[in-house]
Design a protein around this ligand. Structure first.
Ligand SMILES: NC(=O)c1ccc[n+]([C@@H]2O[C@H](COP(=O)([O-])OP(=O)(O)OC[C@H]3O[C@@H](n4cnc5c(N)ncnc54)[C@H](OP(=O)(O)O)[C@@H]3O)[C@@H](O)[C@H]2O)c1
Length: 258
């Protein structure tokens, strides 16, 4: 196990993080980045084989990971994952609400079940996991919650109303929970990624014209690779960001300011 050699405020030595959607994409990159910074993790997603791969990568980076397979829409999964963290590591310090699903459908074709399914994963999931972590964070008078929204919580996109609504909701949830928990020493913040190269965005990468159009709106002139979310995540999980409360940080190559 790699031990801290300095009082570097960005280090996360011996902290324990619970990461949802950790089986691949941004969630896996976050777990690896946190491990390099010194944190152990509890990994949640539905597919266990993907979680095992992430756990292997965390171990390679010198830290421990346990897997807690489950669907974030199942009310029993968040309390079970938190219980697993306490059982295995004796504590929980960080919650990253990253599991998400994208959905495109014209509003006329979207029925209530479609709409609910998108909100269940993207918005109810963070609510359930925050509730499950809350008593531990408050009791230890410290904790970090990072909710993953999207630039589509800021932009409007035709035929993505349920996803845009859910991600805008994640931003509002972040601000309100931040106000509620800041007096208890718990910081809640949000990252809004732009286009990243993951399975979720495969549809963009497979359509050259659409991809070129999206990239034309990114001042940096390129999409993000999953590792490029790492620094922001580590920062928001660390002491270095203790006075950052309820913020939405867009990690998007400048897409939202152009
Ligand atoms: N990629 C982008 O361009 C982009 C842009 C903006 C925002 N985001 C946001 O960033 C987050 C991560 O996205 P990503 O691109 O890494 O997506 P991804 O590659 O599709 O990975 C999503 C992860 O979430 C898990 N997941 C999905 N539904 C779940 C559920 N119901 N219960 C538990 N786990 C679930 C998936 O595993 P299982 O399928 O095995 O459950 C997987 O591990 C999402 O919130 C997404 O909305 C991504």
């Amino acid at each position: 196990m790699v031990k801290a050699k300095t009082n570097d405020p960005f280090r996360l030595d011996d902290k324990v993080a619970l990461i949802t959607g950790a089986g691949r994409g941004l969630g896996r990159a976050m777990a690896i980045a946190l491990a390099h910074a010194g944190a152990d993790s509890v990994l949640v997603a539905r597919r266990k084989d993907d979680l095992d791969e992430t756990a292997k990568a965390v171990k390679k980076a010198g830290r421990k990971a346990i897997v807690a397979p489950g669907d974030v829409t199942d009310a029993s999964v968040a309390p079970q994952a938190v219980a697993a963290a306490i059982r295995e590591f004796g504590r929980i310090d960080i919650l990253i609400n990253n599991a998400g699903m994208y959905h495109m459908q014209a509003i006329e074709e979207t029925d209530a079940d479609n709409w609910r399914a998108v909100l269940e994963v993207n918005l109810m999931g963070p609510f359930r996991f925050a509730k499950a972590c809350g008593e531990h964070f408050k009791a230890q008078k410290s904790g970090k919650v990072i909710n993953i929204a999207s630039v589509l919580g800021t932009f409007g996109v035709a035929e993505a109303t349920s996803y845009c609504t859910a991600k805008a909701g994640v931003m509002g949830f972040t601000r309100s929970l931040a106000v509620e928990w800041a007096p208890h020493g718990v910081q809640v913040n949000c990252i809004a990624p732009g286009l990243f190269n993951t399975d979720m965005s495969a549809g963009v990468f497979e359509n050259q014209e659409f991809y070129d159009n999206v990239v034309a709106g990114i001042p940096r002139g390129k999409h993000g690779e999953p590792e490029e979310i790492a620094g922001t995540v580590v920062y928001l999980c660390s002491q270095a960001s203790n006075h950052v409360v309820g913020q939405v940080i867009h990690v998007d190559g400048g897409a939202t300011i152009a």
